[in-house]
Each structure stands twice: as C-alpha cells, then as structure tokens.
Write a protein that binds this ligand. Sequence first.
Ligand code: AMP
Ligand code: GLY
Length: 424
Amino acid sequence: MKILVIGSGGREHALAWKIAQSPRIQTVYVAPGNGGTALDVRLQNLNITDPLALAEFAKAEHIALTVVGPEQPLAAGIVNIFRDQGLKIFGPSKECARLESSKDFAKSFMQRHAVPTAAYQTFSDAAAAHRYIDERGAPIVIKADGLAAGKGVVVAMSLAEAHDAVDMMLSDNRFGDAGARVVIEEFLAGEEASFIVMVDGKNILPLATSQDHKRLQDNDAGPNTGGMGAYSPAPIVTPALHARIMREVIVPTVQGMAKEGHAYTGFLYAGLMIDEQNHIKTLEFNCRMGDPETQPIMARLKTDLLTVLEHAVNGTLDSIELEWDRRTALGVVMAAGGYPDAPRKGDHITGIPAETADCVTFHAGTSLEQDRLSTSGGRVLCVVGLGDSVKMAQNNAYHAVDQIQFEGMQYRRDIGWRAIKRRP
Ligand code: AMP
Ligand code: GLY
C-alpha cells in the first residue's frame, strides 16, 4: 500500500516513520519532506506542494490514503480538492479548518456551543481596540485573527505592550490580511496542556495527552516559539480531568461542527489552560496534530497507525482502541541559531545517533544534499527519549542531544520540568 504524508516538519517525519512500520506498507511518500525523511529508506520525498498536483500524483500512483500535517494546505482546502476527486484523505475540510484559520470564528463558535474559553471581543477598528484595552486593563491577550505561523499572539503584561500589539496588527498591517481583525481576550493563568483527538465525522478517538514548551529559553523565559519540546503523557491530565475535557470541550465542538453542517474529520487539537481549581478553558483549536507534540506521541503509539487511519477515513474509529507504550516519551527540539526571528541556514549537522529502543531523532528543518546533512529551517531536530519515568526519558533524550552538533544550535535543558515537579 502507498501512503502520502503532506508536510516537511518534525510532525510529518514522525507520522511517516510510524506509518512506515506497518507491515502492509509499500512506500510512504512525504511531500516535500526533509533531510530525515530523505535518509529513511522506507520513506520517499516528493517535491510537489501544489494541492492539485498532489491530487494528480495520488491518483496516478494509486495512493491509498493521504494525511495532511500542517495547517496552511488545510485552510486552503486541500481536503476538499482530494475528496472532490474521490481520493481518501485524513484532515478537516476548509470549512472545518476555520477553527484554526480564524480565531474570531473559533471564539464565536465556542460561544455558540458553550465551550469554555476566555472572554473576548473582536476588532477591526484600531481606536475601538485601544479603548477596549484601556477599559479592561493588563494583562490582556491580543491575537491576529488569521494564520500567522505561531507569531500572531501577544500576551501583553502591560497596557503599553497591548497597545503596541494592536498598532502592529491593525495599523501597521504586520500580518497582512491575517491581522486585519484582532481578537482581544482575557488573560488566563494556569498550566497548559495539549489534547489531541482523531475525528471521523462522528466518532472521536483521543490520542495520548501531551504538553508543549512554547518559550525559547529555560524556565519558560524568552520569546514564544512554535514549541521547544514536548512530552507525553501530561500528568496534569488525570483520568477525571480527561473525562471532563472530553465532555466540556471536545464533544460539544465535534457535535457543534456537525450541527452547523460541517462534520469534522481529521486531527483536532485543543490547547487548554487548566487553573489551580481545575477549571478548563480552551485557548485555541488547531485542526492538525501539534508539532512537537506529535513526535513523543508517535514514539509511544503501539497500534498500527495505517490501520487507525483507515478507520478514520472510513468512519469506523469507534471500532478501534489505541495501545500506548506505558513509558514517558520526551522530545527536545534543537533549533537553529537566530530562531525564532531569523534562523541561520546551511550549517552542517553531525553526530545524530542511530535509533534505539529508547531514543529516536526526528528531523524538521534539515536538508540532505550529496550526503551532507545541513540546517534549513528554525526548528532543526526533535530528539525523543523514552523512559519509565519522566526523568529517565529526559536523560535518554539529552544523552543523544549531547552528541549532536551544528553551529549556533539552541535548545532548552529543562524540557519536562513541570511533569518532574508533579511526579519527581
Ligand atoms: P494560541 O495560538 O491562541 O494558543 O496562543 C499561543 C500561546 O499564547 C498559548 O499557547 C499560550 O501560552 C498563550 N496564550 C494564548 N491565549 C492566552 C490567554 N487568554 N491567556 C494567557 N495566555 C494565552
Ligand atoms: N505545539 C503547538 C502547535 O503545534 O501549534
């Protein structure tokens, strides 16, 4: 069987790596892929990114099913295009992807369906936005409405920062159309968790829980990034909390989309804030897997992912149960110098250890040319360690990290600290 994975990040490397473990696989194509997917003999990179051309390829090559990693092709309607041509694809339609591609849509949707989230208002007029900020006070959160590659959220601790964010988005048009409207919302305190499920239009299959580290530096200092590391499971999500998240957030969202005429299919990721009293609020939806959450999650998945995806595109996710490695998986992102603002490119990477039973390295911003592996993007690698405790998983990950070298590399030394604090 031939499968197509769309994307080029660590998330797509992890998905393709896991799918390729199925005994029924002939080839897993990754479009466009990266240096790591090029190195893996079971995977084949495909230099196509245009959705129509990808659909042509899928038809010509008899691709059994396609999985989409990143949000941009989903928001652009790649799922609609494939389905119109009778091709099997796992992901949300363009209409469903609005849960991620428009923060204003996501917020009003949550209000319509009583999904708990921060109080908010949406503005396109800068003067009105400034007035609202003065009324509400700081801290306060300013979000560009559209997709802004993880850079569209400013958590303003002061009024000055909040006003600057509005000027940047609404007056200076820094994010173009994506920032032509802003959502301004209440600041929420607490601990974040990533809750990701698979949905087949009707049935919901939760994946293992995880937690991301958004800030660049140790102790959660420095700028927000796309994610500097993640681990699974997230001990904050107890079985009782898990049941509440399903009941309060996930089920009303899936049912709400169906009621509005757009049955949700694909991965659905709720970014949650959980406070000291265990109140759950939804910070955001992503209509895809998380990156880097996917890397530790896939490292723990024991069930054949191809089989799971077949159930997902056939609407039979209710007939399968997932089996997980009981160990913790912990992924450390190694980023390029200058990340997140201006990542260096072209630096030679050495020392990546071979995969073992307790460590695997997924590539993201890497490229392979004439056997030379070099950096080609902000987040370069995600090194995943597995262990019976968070500490052991962490040791295994950092043991590998310590062998890897490239000029300017930056990574955190404290991935997993919240979990270790909870369960030393
Ligand atoms: P989002 O893309 O909406 O998840 O925002 C990115 C990050 O900004 C989140 O992961 C949080 O760390 C932070 N954030 C977003 N919304 C809020 C909020 N209402 N209160 C506090 N932090 C937030
Ligand atoms: N790790 C956060 C995200 O994928 O959006």
